[in-house]
Design a protein around this ligand. Sequence first.
Ligand code: ADP
Ligand code: MG
Length: 348
Amino acid sequence: MGFAYGMAMPPAALSPSSAPRPVAVELVALTKRYAQGQPAVDSIDLRIASGSYCCLLGPSGCGKSTTLRMIAGHETVSSGDVLLEDRNITDLPAAARGTAMMFQSFALFPHLTALDNVAFSLKMKGAPKAERQAKAQDLLERVAMGHLAQRKPGELSGGQQQRVALARALITQPKVLLLDEPLSALDPFLRIQMRAELRRWQKELGLTFIHVTHSQEEAMALADTMVVMNHGLIEQVGSPHEVYNKPATEFIARFMGGHNVLQTPAGKIAVRNDHMRIAADGDGIAATVTDVEYQGTYVLLGLDAENADGRTGVSVMLPESVFADRPYALGENVHLSWAAPHAHALAA
Ligand code: ADP
Ligand code: MG
């Protein structure tokens, strides 16, 4: 494809006036083959800025977890390299890398207190009891959990468990925290609370977080940099604003949602559904209203439109007040258009 891979730096860091943030993690032609055929991770290049919140995003099976596990040292690399602060860690054991992992639903030991959960990895390393308990207590204080150190996970709320899991990951003093779908098993309400808290802790600690998710909403809410993967390849790297406003490919426009992919005489484009203009007549493509869905702040219209290469489904998001002034009815024939700057060309 015709665009650059591996541009993990946010745009501010690329401008000549500001010094680039140092790179925490660099992946160089990183590849994982489980079997014959297309690799699960196919020679990806990526640089993740130090102190940033990076989300690896993509549909199930695209290679996110494999990438994260190769960074963590939980999966061998078929070829390529993983660098952490310029040190090649590709062949180091997980515990010697300077990374730590936080798993789905936090994976705390239910029979251990918060303190013993946090101290666990130091115990495995043979640290004396007094030392590991003092360090664990200190970390629990840092995440505002010191007063609940003697509780077991079952006696803690979801948010409190997340903080214990964070303290447990931090006790090895990692440079990078790796999170594999940490919120996916939570109910929607808790998930939104927990992601706000993750974001806050990342900023407060100033650590590099690499967070795997299949939810574009979660990635947009959390990330400084989004890395969108598909079939073991990186399709786009950018801030949530860049990826949402300028999806590089048809896959990304469809995966991110909120976009219409249209074939015009000039080529394939993406237009956000809130940037579509709708009118009873005038310029633009002819369409018929097939669906009207009230969404509170917005009304979402579904339409069957006359595309350059045939009829296609299109959605239009109208502010509630605009729809109230001029409602559209099922079966109504309309015309759709958009301002030129709102049409983004998609790579073939
Ligand atoms: P994601 O986390 O994006 O859902 P994964 O990295 O888990 O994707 O998987 C990428 C691809 O590699 C998938 O096709 C998956 O079936 C395959 N895969 C993952 N782990 C293994 C394994 N241990 N052995 C064989 N194939 C695997
Ligand atoms: Mg996964």
